[in-house]
Write a protein that binds this ligand. Structure first.
Ligand code: KIV
Ligand code: ZN
Length: 508
């Protein structure tokens, strides 16, 4: 058996099924490019039949992201498969991923089909997909709750029909690690042609065991692991790929297996996904959480200072997390700034560097010590790939404990500044009402989150908002960063409004 584990990332499909997450085409392409840089083997870019937006995103990823397989999801019917192929066919290595449930619960209540009908649909789907490409993956949805004999019968039949990868999902996060390992071993024992396919697993985190189950399955012989960055996904989410990767790496003594990943890209990928989806990473999250390498106890600090490995099983530098705290200040020049950004892994054009440098200088006037986190925040805030319809020109606020909060906002639209003023329940509400008067977009603020990028009174405020369109219910994430939290709030709202306009333009 090969010692290579393939990583299949479904952040753009299952990850996007996280409640409230909605990415536009440009954001999906941005994430896919970063996943390719990370060294992911297969990117599942979407489920094309579900909407024209999903189709367009899969097509854009397939056309623009190179050096990686791009998969499109399809139920086990010809129409889904035809749409999936149409969307993915221009990829360097296109894959069709077709699925049907095999558990009796799903057969009886959802599909209303008997076992023979499902088996026939699975085989027909795989044969149909194989007319387009030899790279066909079949998933037996809810496999872990399926009858093992029947599942093995389906797997044998789809491999015979041409499936090159057979995926065993723990769709509802029900299985336990020991049990799942034995389940995979039994499949290997019982399916006579299993050596002709790669066994994949796809675990959900309903009981918090998605990563443990994935690793157990690998120990049992699975060689493809599906998951998402930061573990986002349907309900409690999917297996967090960064944890799977670092589990295999850190315990290579135990597993003896390798992946194709450039681990130094892990942290950056995690930040990008968090920033574009608006799904915050909890501070104590394994591998990429803010506290994952923070040592609070004096005994631990002492140990780490004497020898890092006393309390650290992974080197944060390996994940692309830099340790330098005070990197640049007011007197730092463009050269030092550019060098530091390059060290942090940002590969920016001259125009982007100029814009980011302007922001850096403004910040350095207000904040004495500029850390890597500050740099990451301003670069990510400044360098957005979407065309901006609205830009903040100025903002005046009048607020206090005894007056009605009032905001005057100037937005630049096509080079002209448009001004509006409004009162509100608080200064942020007043700003948002003034912006609404200018944009006329009919948006509802669903979530507002503010974080400090670093500690201290002069810390940058990082605001994330989720806005919902009243007409079609679509949600949009916006982010803004500034030492002034009201300015950060305005920028976040404007960022989301720009995404609304972008999506409308793409559709018209
Ligand atoms: O969880 C699941 O079973 C899935 C399949 C479509 C692979 O997402
Ligand atoms: Zn899933």
């Amino acid at each position: 058996m090969s010692n290579r584990v393939y990583l299949f990332d479904t952040t753009l499909r299952d990850g996007e099924q996280s409640p409230g997450v909605s990415l536009n085409v440009s954001e999906k392409v941005q994430i896919a490019r970063q996943l390719a840089k990370l060294g992911i083997d297969v990117i599942e870019a979407g489920f094309p039949v579900t909407s024209p937006g999903d189709f367009a995103a899969v097509q854009a990823v397939a056309r623009e992201v190179k050096g990686v397989s791009v998969a499109a999801l399809a139920r086990a019917n010809f129409n889904d498969i035809d749409r999936a192929w149409e969307a993915v066919k221009d990829a360097e290595q296109p894959r069709i991923h077709t699925f049907i449930a095999t558990s009796d619960i799903h057969l009886k209540h959802k599909l209303r089909k008997d076992r023979q009908q499902v088996l026939e649909a699975a085989v027909a789907a795989v044969k149909h997909a194989c007319r387009y490409t030899s790279d066909v993956e079949f998933s037996a949805e809810d496999a872990s709750r399926s009858d093992l004999d029947y599942l093995c019968q389906v797997l044998e039949a789809v491999i015979e029909a041409g499936a090159k990868v057979v995926n065993i999902p723990d769709t509802v996060g029900y299985t336990m690690p020991d049990e799942f390992k034995k389940f995979i071993e039994s499949i290997i024992d019982r399916v006579p042609n299993i050596h002709k396919a790669v066994i994949s697993v796809h675990c959900h985190d309903d009981l918090g065991l998605a990563v443990a189950n994935s690793l157990a399955a690998v120990a049992g012989g699975a060689r493809q692991v599906e998951g998402t960055i930061n573990g986002i996904g349907e309900r409690a989410g999917n297996a967090a790929l960064e944890e799977v990767i670092m589990g295999l790496y850190t315990r290579k003594d135990l597993y003896g297996l390798v992946t194709n990943v450039t681990t130094e890209e892990i942290y950056r990928t995690s930040r990008l996904v968090s920033s574009l989806t608006g799904m915050m990473v909890q501070p104590n999250k394994a591998v990429v959480g803010k506290n994952a390498f923070a040592h609070e106890s004096g005994i631990h600090q002492d140990g780490v200072l004497k020898e890092r490995t006393t309390y650290e099983i992974m080197n944060p530098a390996m994940l692309g997390i830099t340790r330098s705290n005070i990197v640049l200040g007011k007197h730092s020049g463009r050269h030092a700034f550019r060098e530091r950004l390059a060290e942090l892994g940002y590969n920016l054009s001259e125009e982007e560097i100029n814009r980011a440098f302007g922001r850096f200088k403004d910040l350095a006037d207000k904040k004495k010590e500029i850390t890597d986190q500050d740099l990451e925040a301003i670069v990510e805030d400044e360098i957005r790939e979407l065309p901006n319809t609205y830009e903040l020109s100025y903002l005046h606020i009048s607020s206090g404990t005894t007056i009605v909060p009032t905001a005057t906002v100037g937005l630049k639209i096509d080079g002209e500044t448009v001004e509006e003023a409004s009162c509100g329940d608080g200064p942020v509400d007043a700003i948002y009402k003034a912006i609404d008067k200018i944009t006329n977009l009919h948006l509802v603020l669903e979530e507002y989150v503010i974080n400090a990028v670093t500690g201290g009174k002069d810390a940058l405020g990082d605001v994330t908002v989720k806005l919902r369109r009243r007409d079609n219910g679509r949600t949009f994430i916006g982010r803004g960063v500034s030492t002034d939290i009201l300015e950060a709030s305005a920028k976040a709202y404007i960022n989301a409004a720009n995404k609304v306009v972008y999506e409308s333009k793409m559709k018209s």
